[in-house]
Design a protein around this ligand. Sequence first.
Ligand code: ADP
Ligand code: MG
Length: 273
Amino acid sequence: MSVGLSIRDGNKIYRSKRGSVVALSGVDLDVGQNEFCAIVGPSGCGKTTLLNAIAGFESLSSGTISLDGKVIGGADWSARADASRIVVFQNGALFPWRTVLWNVTCGPVQQGKLSVKEASSQAIDLLNRVGLRGIENKYPDELSGGQQRRVEIVRALLNDPKILLLDEPFRAMDALTKSVMQEYLSDLLFKLPKTVFFITHDLDEAIFLADRVCVFSSRPGRIKQSVKVDIPKPRTHEVLTSPEFLRIKAALNDALHEEAVQAFKLGELELAR
Ligand code: ADP
Ligand code: MG
């Protein structure tokens, strides 16, 4: 039985009155159990489309997606999200009228997986670990964007999904906030390993966090290059200037730039139509 995430020949065509858009073409991807896979690629190349298909928000036009050996998506799939796959978006999704502690613990408590006491104690432990000591009784709008995102990641992990899906969760943040967020995420996943599918257009972020970085081609998206990152974890910001990091970055940079140029040209052609 294959474990982790497996995508075979994933294709997606969006059809509308204005014509059709081939978003994904022949995507093959294997992410091992507890492996962190980062997808990096230019804007509009199909990253979110792929994440939505894994999450069960949308079906593929053809192809298969399985998780821990069980088919969870693909063509003709009546897409249905469930608790085995949790998504953290770039724009948060906390209940504003509930406290942080309620937001974080409601899933496992309502599903009867943990008692309120157990869930609260685990939640507070994880919140402390990501630098959020003493915020459990606050409300989401009392927190900064970076704090909210950490709360969402803790909430996702407390739900214990089979896979965690993150769609550019730190995109709107400044570079310094981002680097601290990345350290927290690396540390959290070192404590609680998970299969992770992480989308970004930031190559440094991808290498810093991942066990494997896949460069996506410009549309139609497919995996152009895949490189393993064997830097010990948890990682801290010093890694960003290490020889190993720079070696991996050099190996991926050209491929990514080429796709960015391609995506840019494609955008210009579309605008000219
Ligand atoms: P990314 O996340 O890499 O920026 P997306 O997956 O959001 O890219 O989009 C890939 C392509 O598919 C883009 O050209 C986008 O305009 C198109 N697209 C995305 N969603 C839809 C949709 N619901 N209908 C039609 N086209 C779409
Ligand atoms: Mg996107």
